[in-house]
Design a protein around this ligand. Sequence first.
Ligand code: SF4
Length: 210
Amino acid sequence: MKFMDKTAINPAIELPLMEAFYTIQGEGAYSGCAAYFIRLGGCDVGCVWCDVKDSWNADKWPVTSIDKIVEEANKHPAKLAVITGGEPLMYDMSVLTANLRSQGFQINVETSGAHAFSGSWDWVCLSPKKFKAPLPEWYQHANELKVIIFNQSDFQWAEEHASKINSGCKLLLQPEWSKQEKMTPLIVDYVKENPQWQISLQTHKYLNIP
Ligand code: SF4
C-alpha cells in the first residue's frame, strides 16, 4: 500500500481507493441489489451537503493496483460493481472497467458528470451538482438521472437537466439526507403531479448498512 500525489497516479494500473465493500445498493434504479462498491478518492465538485467529504482529498487514500481492486471484488457472489467516489471520473476509467468486465462484472457508475467520459459502463447514474455542472456529453450516456433535492428550487433545476437527457433515461428525485423530513413530502407531491419522475430513497441509511 502506498500514498502519493494523485497527479502522479497512472489510472492504467492504479487508483486511489478510499474503500471497497460488499453491500446492498441503497439508492437509484438498482436499489436492493447486492453489489461491490469501489469508492475512489478525489473530488473537486464541492457539494456543501456532501456526506463523503473525506473522499475529496485523493492524497489521503492508498494508491491501489487495479489488479488488487478486481481481485477483491471477485471474492463476493454478486457480479455487480458500483464505481463511486468522490468523483471517479477524475480518472480515466478505461482499464478498471475493462478488467472488471473481463471478470464478468456488470459495471455501474455514479458520477456528477463534471469530468470527461471514460470507461465502459452498463449503467450510468448521472447525478448533476450545482457546484460544478456536468459536461454535455454525459446526457447521452445517462441511464438514470438522479437529482438530489435540497431545497424547493431544485425541482426546477431537475427539470432543466431532464430536458437534456436521452429519452430512455429514468428520472429520479432523491431527498438530501439532512433535509429528508422536509423535502420527502414535497417530492411525493411532485412525483404524483409529474409521474415521469420516481422517488429514490437512501434505503441503506434507513437499514443502517454502508
Ligand atoms: S460530487 Fe459527490 S463526492 Fe463530490 S462533493 Fe458532491 S456529493 Fe461529495
